[in-house]
Design a protein around this ligand. Structure first.
Ligand code: DAT
Ligand code: MG
Length: 137
């Protein structure tokens, strides 16, 4: 069993896609161990996206991610890290296959609806940033 961090990003919340996205993880029979609607702080953005803070697109990414509420989830199941990434689709909407969340609903790269940890190490690091141990059921 693995647990991974999923973020339903601000664009998805604005577009009323929370239910659609959660539905897909539930339909796959993954387990939701924690879920909260909140705004990402500037400090959390810098920690969460530590690998991207130096990149040219980070200003735009940070403004988008901290600008309005998102939903953070801890999602568990066998191979949950890779499985969730597969269900999300590729980063660039033009590369994401139909049937994936991004493939079905995303049009531009910044507003690509969902985040999923990209490795088990990332998942552990990111989950610790977003949830206290006692928030995970
Ligand atoms: P992913 O979210 O698929 O793990 P990533 O970690 O490479 O992708 O990038 C994090 C987010 O940053 C991504 O979801 C959207 C944004 N992003 C990535 N590359 C970008 C680019 N070239 N221009 C603008 N935004 C970008
Ligand atoms: Mg990433």
């Amino acid at each position: 069993m693995e647990t991974t961090l999923v973020l339903i990003k601000p664009d998805a919340v604005k577009r009323r896609l929370i239910g659609e996205i959660v539905k897909r993880f539930e339909a796959k029979n993954l387990t939701i161990r924690a879920m909260k609607l909140m705004k990402m702080s500037s400090e959390l953005a810098d920690k969460h996206y530590a690998e991207h803070v130096q990149k040219g697109f980070y200003g735009e990414l940070k403004a988008f991610m901290t600008g309005s509420p998102l939903v953070a989830l801890a999602v568990a199941g066998p191979d949950a890290v890779n499985l969730v990434r597969k269900m999300m689709g590729a980063t660039k909407p033009a590369d994401s296959a139909p049937g994936t969340i991004r493939g079905d609903f995303a049009l531009i790269v910044t507003e690509n609806l969902v985040h999923g940890s990209d490795s088990l190490d990332s998942a552990k690091r990111e989950l610790a940033l977003w949830f206290r141990e006692d928030e995970l059921v």
